[in-house]
Design a protein around this ligand. Structure first.
Ligand SMILES: Cc1ncc(COP(=O)(O)O)c(C=O)c1O
Length: 395
């Protein structure tokens, strides 16, 4: 076999995504792409806000000497400072530029964090349902994924978490607002989590790191407030990406910030700075670092996603679907109308609807809908959803 057996196995594990994609292509050939209701991809469809476009234009029209050269691996010092000011404002913690490194999106940032943290066999706790790439990222660096189930409303089950933490636990991931559920952890939940990790770290005699991966933190609905992990736990690391807030998924830009009071904060930043280099990223894209420097707080209009959530969540619940109402991000994660979510996906496919089965996110019996289709496309899908409900006699 020309490719490693590990990559072959992982590709097979992730094949449900490819299968949905292939089914979509096949179906498009049969009924025409315009007649398919594709809810699979979480690819933000809103264009970057005008502040970003202006900032990028300015760099192109008035380039700075040397701006395309190599730079320090952690990123341009003035961009690190700008990010630190923003994190300081959000968290109330005295973060400095030296606690920040610019990253190649959240995916790049998480890999840098894990490369710096993990020894082979170290465990990383994630709450299910979870972003599927976590499993691969953790494996990339010799780590072991420890999945902790959430409750029926996708809230953290603290008893299960307590039971999952052991002598090899190195880090716990949180993702809020969550992909795929849209659940947001409020300050009280994060404070409880911080308390638990503080206690268990003390008993272990070393820190368990809390890693927040919150690329949807500006996409909040119904007045929901975001609470930064730095407010709740010292040994925390915040990974961020501008893929969603600025609609820049293809540009690969984000950052990692380390709490200044984190255990071995300085060594951690040094480790991550080395990791970004030896992972072959070298540094986050330079032009993008400069382009986002002054627009870090800008965002696409979250009310667009809220409106789509309202339309589809309202329609599906009326049709008999059970679905926790998302308070952020741009997904719905309803219960499938039969326990086998893969079979359910096939039934949807029969009605020209493409969704992702929940099993891929570590929670069977559910499915994910991405709200990155246009309002018109969402409206146009409603009769097809009614047909799915009819097939299960819920209407
Ligand atoms: C929870 C979560 N983390 C990380 C990522 C990766 O983001 P990026 O494009 O910044 O690598 C995504 C993308 O969908 C995500 O949903």
């Amino acid at each position: 076999m020309p490719i490693s057996s590990k990559i072959a196995r992982q590709m097979e594990e992730a094949s449900w995504i490819r299968k949905m994609f292939e089914e979509g292509v096949r179906l498009a050939g049969q009924v025409g792409a315009g007649n398919i209701h594709d809810f699979t991809l979480g690819n933000p469809d809103l264009e970057p806000p005008p502040e970003f476009v202006e900032s990028l234009r300015d760099l192109v029209v008035r380039p700075r000497a040397g701006m395309h050269r190599y730079m320090p691996n952690a990123g341009y010092p003035e961009v690190r400072e700008a990010v630190a000011r923003w994190v300081r404002e959000e968290s109330g913690v005295e973060v400095g530029g030296k606690h920040v490194i610019l990253a190649v999106g959240a995916g790049g940032g998480l890999n840098v964090v894990l490369k710096a943290l993990l020894d082979p066999g170290d465990e990383v706790v994630v709450f299910a349902p979870y972003f599927p790439e976590y499993a691969f990222y953790i494996d990339n660096h010799g780590g072991v994924l420890r999945v902790v189930e959430t409750d029926g409303q996708f809230r953290i089950d603290f008893d299960r978490l307590e039971a999952a933490i052991g002598p090899r636990t190195k880090a716990v991931f949180v993702n809020s607002p969550n992909n795929p559920t849209g659940v947001v952890y409020d300050a009280a939940v994060l404070a409880r989590l911080g308390g638990l990790l503080r206690d268990r770290s003390r008993k272990l005699g070393r820190a368990i790191y809390l890693v927040s991966d919150d690329p949807y933190k500006k996409i909040l609905f119904d007045g929901t407030q975001y609470s930064h992990v730095f407010r709740h736990y010292e040994s925390s690391i915040a990974v961020y990406s501008h893929s969603k807030d600025l609609g820049l998924a293809g540009e690969r830009i984000g950052h990692v910030a380390v709490h200044p009071a984190a255990n071995s904060a300085e060594a951690l930043v040094a480790g991550m700075t080395f990791a970004i280099r030896v992972l072959g990223f070298v540094n986050a894209p330079g032009l993008m670092q400069l382009a986002i420097r002054d627009v870090l707080r800008a965002c696409i209009d979250p009310s667009v996603y809220q409106r789509r959530r309202d339309v589809l969540h309202g329609a599906l619940t009326e049709l008999g679907f059970e679905c926790v109402k998302p308070r952020g991000a741009f997904y719905l994660f309803p219960r499938s109308l039969e326990p086998d979510d893969r079979k359910f996906a096939k039934v949807c496919l029969g009605k020209n609807i493409l969704i992702v089965p929940g099993v891929g996110f570590g929670r069977s019996g559910h499915f994910r809908i991405s709200l990155t289709s246009s309002d018109r496309a969402i409206e146009a899908s409603l009769p097809a959803w009614r047909e799915v409900a009819r097939a299960y006699a819920t209407v």
